[in-house]
Design a protein around this ligand. Structure first.
Ligand code: SAM
Length: 255
């Protein structure tokens, strides 16, 4: 609806763009401190969650246990998938580890590059421009979610296997959706089951002001569901370390 030449105040967001990149850039310009920019995550049932973007600049001391463990376990050159503005990549580079980031948000990729990270602007579904093979594929910051859905996960896992050296590892941080017990989460999970999806498949978009990303699917899978997804593919699930609803999954490349 429009009133004169202006959209009516209640009109939904219509501007699509790099909302995540815009929020992290604003925080980075102010030194990555808290209280400057927020990532508003909108789920397609209307649930909103808000995080201070400063968390993407936090030093290792401020990370949870599984994020720290993931970085302790890397071997060889690391492909940091969905590296954002470079939280893990910068930490690993400071330890002398060679890291390449993959990041589809132009704004986040630009910030990571300013911080010294080599970044390929791409998504997990499009890793053709990755030039090397890696000892470790890192899916930090809950990025096991990038597997997307039960249907899309095997293609993503194959693409990631193509970027890994034989004997390489995939270290992925995930969230067990069975441990999210609020009424919003249980109702959403029931809706997913009713249409044949895994209960933890979430459809999100990120908002910053009136800007919003496209909708995307993010998969919260339990360790058991992850084992089923991985079965028969290029990876073997060898180890899971839990920390509340979060866990670190270690997958070994079968090649
Ligand atoms: C939760 S943030 C984690 C950022 C960083 N790994 C960290 O922990 O600080 C998720 C990141 O994945 C990126 N991303 C979103 N869709 C992606 C895709 N299809 N492939 C790769 N990365 C993606 C986002 O732009 C964002 O930087």
């Amino acid at each position: 609806m429009t009133v004169g030449t202006r959209p009516y105040v209640g009109d939904p967001v219509t501007r699509t763009g790099d909302a995540f990149g815009r929020a992290v850039t604003r925080a980075w310009r102010r030194g990555g401190v808290s209280g400057v920019a927020y990532e508003v995550i909108e789920r397609d049932d209307g649930m909103l969650t808000v995080h201070d973007v400063a968390k993407y600049f936090a030093p290792e001391e401020g990370w949870n246990r599984v994020e720290r463990l993931a970085c302790e376990r890397v071997q060889g050159r690391v492909l940091d998938v969905g590296c954002g503005p470079g939280r893990h990549a910068v930490h690993l580079m400071n330890q002398g580890v060679e890291v390449v980031g993959v990041e589809p948000s132009a704004g986040a990729a630009a910030v990571a590059r300013e911080r010294g990270v080599e970044v390929v602007e791409a998504g997990v579904e499009n890793l053709d421009r990755i030039r090397y093979q890696f000892g470790t594929i890192l899916l930090g910051g809950q990025n096991l979610g990038l597997l997307g859905s039960r249907e899309r996960a095997s293609a993503a896992l194959s693409a990631l296997a193509g970027a890994a050296l034989p004997g390489g590892v995939l270290l992925g941080v995930g969230i067990d959706p069975g441990m999210l017990t609020s009424s919003e989460h249980t109702a959403y999970a029931a809706g997913n089951r009713a249409v044949g999806r895994l209960p933890g498949q979430q459809r999100f978009r990120i908002r910053d002001g009136s800007l919003a990303t496209d909708w995307f699917d993010y998969l919260l899978a339990s360790p058991t569901e992850l084992a089923e997804i991985v079965e028969g593919g290029d990876w073997e699930l060898v180890d899971v370390t839990t920390d509340g609803p979060r866990y670190l999954a270690c997958l070994a490349h079968k090649g």
